[in-house]
Design a protein around this ligand. Structure first.
Ligand code: PEP
Ligand code: MG
Length: 743
């Protein structure tokens, strides 16, 4: 039987290579299958739309029923095969549950029925059926051969012409689907899907040289194993999720049964690629049926692995040449900050299946004010390049291929937001001053040259945090000093009189430079990162400080060091700055007119440092993202715990109050530059505690200013005080009640 199916596939391939096309080709194929399988009937049914299957070619049934006979999904044995995505094999079709008699086809004479879904990567395009008069059940091998043929059929571009209105899409991929995920960044976007990792296109489904194909498959698997081993070597630590996933991948890559199934497929006449894809299709079908989350994850792993294998076999990289559409919305399983930066600001929105709100990719999306939805499960399987997509970042919802009603409602929402933006634009040049005249300086966070135009459009009074590592992340090699100096100088040019606080390199944690050896750390967020790296291996820090001093070239310069945990780290970093100044002086370079050197408070213990620390620093900037994760011991990237503790939790506010008091006592300027500073409710509470400078993503400046201008910070302070006295866990309830009474 195996050689029979190989013969069949070979003939099929010859037919595919012939010049006939369209209907003539389908007609030849059904004839050929019927003859090879010795059945009276062979038919191909394809989806016309999401719900309807149409008889598109037949050998044996009445020719006039072609393109006339239609069935609903789930109707009759054909409809049931499509609905349940599994083969139906019966010796007595009329007695079978769901049988539907179709007199126009003359099929009453056929007792045996075998239908298999024609599917590509888990998506059903139609059904391939053979029928015979003799009452017999088809053998396992026959069903298998039919499945293989169906898979080759699915690869035929031909089918596209028959599905729907000439579109080369399956019915499923025409339906509108809604994905409910988690909000990563608010905002709305309308655009077209651009897949970060588009599907691999298999162009050679059939081969008559199984030995060669098996060897190709083995080589590819070997290649895959080696790259998995390398990835495991480089992976972060023994316990991270990443390692677990890689281990699961390795297990699959070493799975003999997986290999054996694929080799058997090749023996029947499939190419190595088609064999991998067949397994992948099966995994996807099972994935859709699995109710157990663990099992689904493993299926996902297998699917991912098959994709990698297909890329190796076809030599297609991530870039398959698909053109980026206008208004691109990036759809990906996950993405690192470096990869995201490569796409740049042209993206209209981002939807991820995984990801986390605290990650730096999310921070980049927020900095760019690009709506981001994370945890949109299944979207990478469902979306196709170029699909229309609407993102409602406020609700965490993505509408894929939306219908007209959804589109209209969505456009109304966009119009409303535009009105809000106009409101913010009208106060852009006014100060962030409360009703009592207390002023708060609102600055923005940035990291790229491309962010600078937002200074003017947002009305920010400066850059309170310039994340210099983003420049390092977008490159694939270490930038040179002169290059950095030019860049910093351009940043200062663009900022004009406004101050820019350059934060020295904060690498480590989730910010891994591709050209620096990764460390195997069990807990990188609390590991060798930021200033710790800067002090232990001062080469890059020195180069960066020099670049900054040269960029300032007589202008004022503000620099801050990240992740300072104790006084002597600041001292050591400051002394690097002093040495750099001295060197510049000796070299005869113009020094900055003023130099402010600050520390970021991101580790809770620093707030208890001796007075001398507070007196010595020129300013302190609270890095609330890290500070909060260490204050509550809740990983900022872990969705399970990230939102567990409210920023307005009074323990946290009490702590921040202490920081404010200590800074006031020492006369040290204080600002807050974590993401929370950009959330209007949180921002006014920080201001009420005494923070007089807040740094946020540019899009938040308007909403925060708008709110500050409507309230009395001293009253809000009283509200927080009452919450504290009453023993509330969080001030949020009372703050919200109070806000609702404000006009
Ligand atoms: C912070 O931790 O709040 C911060 C501003 O730094 P980053 O988010 O880059 O770690
Ligand atoms: Mg930080």
């Amino acid at each position: 039987m195996e050689s029979e199916s190989r013969k069949l596939l070979k003939r099929l391939r010859d037919t595919l290579a012939e010049s006939s096309a369209g209907q003539a080709r389908l007609d030849r194929i059904v004839k050929l299958i019927a003859a090879s399988m010795e059945t009276e009937v062979c038919s191909i049914y394809l989806f016309r739309d999401a719900e309807t299957l149409e008889l598109c070619a037949t050998e044996g049934l009445k020719p006039e029923s072609v393109h006339q006979t239609r069935l609903r999904l789930g109707e009759g044995l054909v409809g049931r095969t499509a609905k349940h995505r599994t083969a139906i094999n019966t010796a007595n079709a009329p007695a079978e549950k769901g049988f539907r008699y179709m007199p126009e086809t003359g099929e009453e004479r056929y007792s045996s029925f075998c239908g298999v879904p024609v599917q590509r990567l888990g998506e059903v395009l139609g059904v391939l059926v053979v029928q015979s008069k003799a009452a017999r059940e088809f053998t396992h091998d026959e069903v298998y051969a039919l499945e293989v043929v169906a898979m080759v059929l699915a690869e035929m571009t031909e089918l596209g012409a028959f599905v729907g209105e000439g579109a080369a899409l399956s019915a499923r991929h025409q339906q509108s689907v809604m994905f409910r995920g988690t909000v990563g960044q608010e905002g709305t976007a309308e655009g077209r899907v651009y897949l970060h990792e588009p599907r691999v296109v298999v162009t050679n489904p059939v081969s008559d040289d199984p030995e060669r194909e098996i060897q190709r498959l083995r080589d590819a698997i070997e290649n895959l194993r080696t790259s998995l081993d390398e990835m495991l070597d480089k992976a972060d630590s023994v316990n991270t999720e990443q390692v677990q996933v890689l281990e699961a991948y390795r297990m699959f890559a070493n799975s003999r049964s997986w290999m054996k199934r694929m080799e058997a497929d090749i023996e029947t006449g499939l190419s190595a690629e088609a064999a991998v894809e067949k397994e992948q299709s099966l995994a996807r079908t099972r994935m859709g049926q699995a109710t157990d989350a663990y099992l689904r994850d493993r299926m996902h792993d297998l699917d991912d692995l098959a994709n990698r294998l297909l890329r190796i076999l076809t030599g297609q990289g991530k870039d398959t040449g698909a053109e980026m559409p206008d208004n691109p919305v990036l759809v990906a399983r996950n993405i690192g900050p470096g990869e995201l930066l490569e796409y740049g600001k042209r993206l209209r929105g981002i939807v991820l299946e995984e990801g986390s709100v605290g990650s730096h990719a999310a921070i980049v999306a927020r900095a760019w004010a690009i709506p981001l939805i994370i945890h949109a499960e299944g979207i990478t399987t469902e979306a196709l390049n170029g699909d229309t997509i609407l993102l409602d970042g406020d609700q965490g919802i993505a509408h894929l291929r939306p219908d007209e009603t959804v589109q209209n409602a969505f456009r109304d929402k966009i119009a409303m937001q535009a009105r809000a933006l106009e409101r913010y634009a009208s106060i852009r040049d006014l100060p962030a001053e409360d009703l009592d005249g207390t002023r708060v300086t609102l600055t923005m966070n940035a990291g790229l040259m491309a962010d600078l135009p937002s200074l003017v459009s947002s009305g920010a009074e400066g850059v309170g945090l310039f994340r210099t590592e983003l420049q390092f992340l977008v490159r694939n090699q270490m930038p040179k000093r002169a290059e950095l100096s030019r860049l910093y100088s351009r940043v200062m040019d663009a900022a004009g009189d406004r101050r820019v606080a350059f934060r020295t390199l904060d690498i480590g944690s989730d910010k891994v430079l591709p050209y620096m050896k990764a460390n195997n750390e069990p807990n990188p967020a609390m590991g060798w990162r930021a200033i710790r790296v800067g002090l232990d291996k001062p080469g890059v820090l020195r180069m960066q400080l020099q670049a900054l001093l040269r960029a300032a070239n007589g202008r004022p310069l503000t620099v801050m060091f990240p992740f300072i945990a104790q006084h002597d780290e600041f001292r050591a970093a400051r002394s690097e700055m002093d040495k750099a100044i001295e060197r510049e002086q000796i070299l005869g370079h113009t020094l900055p007119s003023q130099i402010h050197v600050g520390a970021m408070l991101e580790t809770p213990g620093l707030a208890f440092a001796p007075d001398a620390f507070f007196e010595e620093v020129d300013f302190i900037s609270v890095g609330g993202n890290d500070l909060k994760q260490f204050f509550f011991a809740a990983d900022r990237e872990n969705e399970l715990v990230r939102r567990r503790y409210d920023t307005l939790n009074l323990s946290f506010l009490n702590y921040l109050q202490m920081v404010v008091d200590r800074c006031n006592a020492a006369g040290t300027p204080l600002s807050f530059c974590g993401e929370d500073a950009g959330r209007p409710i949180e921002a006014i509470c920080f201001a009420a505690l005494g923070f007089r400078a807040l740094s946020m993503r540019p899009a938040s400046v308007g909403p925060v200013k708008h709110l500050i201008r409507r309230i009395c910070l001293s009253e809000l302070r009283e509200v927080i005080e009452t919450a504290r006295r009453s023993g509330d866990q969080s001030a949020r309830g009372r703050v919200m009640d109070w806000l609702s009474t404000q006009s």
